[in-house]
Design a protein around this ligand. Structure first.
Ligand SMILES: NC(=O)C1=CN([C@@H]2O[C@H](COP(=O)(O)OP(=O)(O)OC[C@H]3O[C@@H](n4cnc5c(N)ncnc54)[C@H](O)[C@@H]3O)[C@@H](O)[C@H]2O)C=CC1
Ligand SMILES: O=C(O)C(=O)[C@H](O)COP(=O)(O)O
Length: 371
């Protein structure tokens, strides 16, 4: 069995038991690469559609990602090709990123996060975790998810229309990128909605670049009227406009979900789906080595930020992205940052042995709860 896999996928040894794994650069996967392959394993940078697979023997496509906007699901289903992805695999990493981003922006602005209101747009695996964690920190959470509302799904938060939640201090978006259907998300935050926010608001986008109209955001930021913005994702990746990067408070190369656990979960979930599809028994999950003790006490938001930063530094990612724009080929450099991403452990992997004052106990319990 021939398995073509994006080389940026850890844990491919799982698949080596079932066939020959050929690792390739995700952006270079083309019809010739997959012509005689049986299995295709991708990440978000490979477009999977009729143009790629029409002449190919591939019968199983796995994407080690939450998002599926790079895959033509309808065409795969129509042609009898099986598809699996990894819902929720890196939701925890993204929620940690959002928490750190918010605390950093608040610190720079001399404000307390706990006094703020936050709009969480998209209440799936990531958004619902962000909502719970920020509520645990004391923020007033308002949520928006018309699809879950329509289905009557209980999220623990009242679900409001997008227009009603834009007056919150913080807007955090967690929707899939969709262009069709009842609630498309392409340019969900367009010029009009971004204009409502104003410079005193904070915008965090960790879902997909085109969910926020980047040109409109840039125009508002240039005019001093845009929200303090944290962007992990960009409208035209791997290209990041220098003008926009100069004006965001923090930016990163689409790595919010890049914890070690998030990536490993992605491959394992796709492998489990492959086992179900091919009638194999899935292996039992292995155990992870214990990490050293963290002994920081948390008595204020600066302490919580310091604790988060013992595991991961978002400003370091920002600095690396800024430097990458000086490369002769910044798009290549963007991809390199992602391929050579430093090993990052989620908080629950650490053995936290500090103390916390009352307002911080709930968020710390959530952060360190076992996965
Ligand atoms: N930056 C990164 O590294 C990562 C980015 N992502 C992105 O984040 C997205 C969300 O992830 P999950 O929460 O795990 O997905 P999910 O599928 O669990 O939840 C998405 C939610 O958005 C809702 N939604 C859809 N259209 C909407 C609209 N127009 N307005 C409001 N809500 C809407 C859905 O009903 C659903 O509840 C993914 O689709 C992916 O594109 C995910 C992981 C990592
Ligand atoms: O899971 C998702 O969805 C993501 O956005 C991934 O974390 C992005 O990673 P790559 O698939 O682009 O490596």
């Amino acid at each position: 069995m021939k398995i073509i896999a994006d080389a940026n996928m850890p844990g491919l040894e799982l698949f080596s038991r079932q066939g020959t794994v050929v690792k390739v650069d995700g952006r270079s996967i083309d019809p010739a690469t997959v012509k005689d392959a049986d299995i295709l394993l991708v990440r978000s940078v490979t477009r999977v559609d009729e143009a790629l697979l029409a002449d190919s023997a591939v019968r199983f496509v796995g994407s080690a990602t939450i998002g599926t906007d790079h895959v033509d699901l309808e065409w795969l289903a129509k042609t009898g090709r099986h598809f699996a992805h990894a819902p929720g695999c890196n939701a925890r990493a993204v929620a940690e990123y959002v928490l750190q981003a918010l605390l950093l922006v608040c610190q720079r602005q001399g404000r307390s996060a706990a006094t703020m209101s936050v709009a969480v747009i998209g209440m799936g695996n990531v958004g619902s975790r962000v909502a719970r964690w920020l509520a645990a920190l004391g923020l007033k959470v308002r949520a928006c998810d018309p699809l879950l509302k329509e289905q009557g799904v209980e999220t623990g938060f009242a679900l409001e229309p997008v227009e009603s939640v834009l007056d919150c201090d913080v807007i955090s978006v967690h929707v899939p990128l969709t262009r069709n259907g009842p609630c498309p998300t392409w340019h969900l935050l367009d010029k009009n909605r971004l204009s409502v926010m104003g410079p005193e608001k904070i915008l965090i986008n960790t879902c997909r670049g085109p969910v926020v109209d980047n040109s409109a955001l840039l125009a508002l930021l240039k005019a001093g009227q845009g929200p303090a913005s944290v962007l992990d994702v960009w409208e035209d990746e791997p290209r990041v406009p220098a003008e926009l990067l100069d004006r965001v408070v923090l930016g990163s190369p689409h790595i919010a979900g890049y914890s070690a656990q998030g990536k490993e979960n992605g491959t394992r979930m796709v492998y489990e789906a492959f086992c179900r599809w091919s009638g194999l028994a899935a292996p039992l999950p292995g155990t992870e080595e214990a990490l050293p003790a963290l002994r920081l006490d948390v008595t204020d938001e600066a302490g919580l930020l310091a604790l988060l930063q013992t595991a991961y530094s978002l400003p370091e990612d920002f600095r690396r992205l800024q430097e990458s724009l000086e490369n002769a080929d910044p798009a290549w450099a963007f991809d390199q940052l992602r391929k050579q991403y430093p090993f990052r452990q989620e908080m629950h992997r650490w053995d936290w042995q500090g103390t916390a004052s009352e307002p911080f106990r709930a968020i710390l319990n959530a952060l360190f709860a076992p996965a």
